[in-house]
Design a protein around this ligand. Structure first.
Ligand SMILES: [Fe+2]
Length: 239
């Protein structure tokens, strides 16, 4: 039932899955925990950009993982803000089948770079999804930055692992504040490896406990334009 728009289950030279087998195991585990559509979003880092050569390798790995994933696996990317991205057409980074682009807030330093990249994404006719602001220095220092991101009309994505306390009490508390105040639109796993899997079920249970039926829209893909009915139609059409 869950749509997870953020994970690192495809080997891509970053800190996510290291092998095809590891990637498939992460997908199979996600499916067992209730995820039906999973976006693999390899990092696009300042020091690891998406060169044509890397993109070919990522797409080949993606196809291999998808073949044994046991759920609907789609490809996207997670952008770390850089000036170089401002000179690129962001369409190549879109979450497959949507008009959304996942971009994180830098873990350290000011938030200005994410605003610049998100505005660039919008100018291209696409819509930013802002990854895990609750884990970043800028937003921990000043939570109003998250409100400002949301006020721009950008989808704010909180990590499931923040809500379950994996990243410590300060991040847990900020994550919950974003969910309870309605600033967050999406909960995603940001799953990287077997010790940090792409699971959403525990976070969904906790969010449902706190906010009731409003929890569903944070997990069902509606905030990234993947509606459950369309998902079911896609799966059905693949026979
Ligand atoms: Fe990530």
């Amino acid at each position: 039932m869950f749509v997870d728009c953020h994970s690192h289950v495809v080997p891509s030279g970053d800190d996510g899955a290291a092998t095809i087998e590891d990637g498939r195991a992460l997908c199979v585990s996600a499916a067992r925990h209730g995820t039906s559509v999973l976006f693999a979003t390899p990092h696009v880092w300042p020091h690891l950009p998406l060169t044509p050569e890397r993109e070919r390798a990522v797409r080949a790995s993606f196809e291999q993982v998808r073949a044994g994933a046991g759920l609907e696996l789609r490809l996207g990317f997670e952008l770390t803000p850089t000036r170089a991205l401002l000179a690129e057409d962001p369409h190549r980074y879109a979450l497959e089948g949507t008009d959304r682009v996942l971009v994180e807030v830098d873990f350290a330093g000011p938030a200005e770079p994410v605003f610049a990249v998100a505005e660039h994404i919008e100018r291209a006719g696409l819509r930013p999804v802002i990854a895990h602001p609750e884990r970043t220095e800028a937003v921990l220092d000043d939570p109003a930055v998250a409100d400002e991101l949301a006020a721009r009309g950008w989808a704010v994505q909180v990590n499931a692992s923040s809500l379950t306390g994996r990243h410590g009490p300060e991040i847990e508390q900020l994550g919950w504040s974003l969910v309870e105040r309605g600033v967050a639109d999406i909960v995603a796993s940001d799953g990287h490896r077997s010790t940090r899997p792409a699971h959403l079920d525990e976070a969904y249970r906790l969010v449902h406990e706190r906010v009731g039926d409003r929890a569903l829209s944070l997990f069902d893909g509606s905030a990234v334009g993947v509606t459950p009915s369309r998902t079911e139609a896609r799966v059905a059409s693949r026979g």
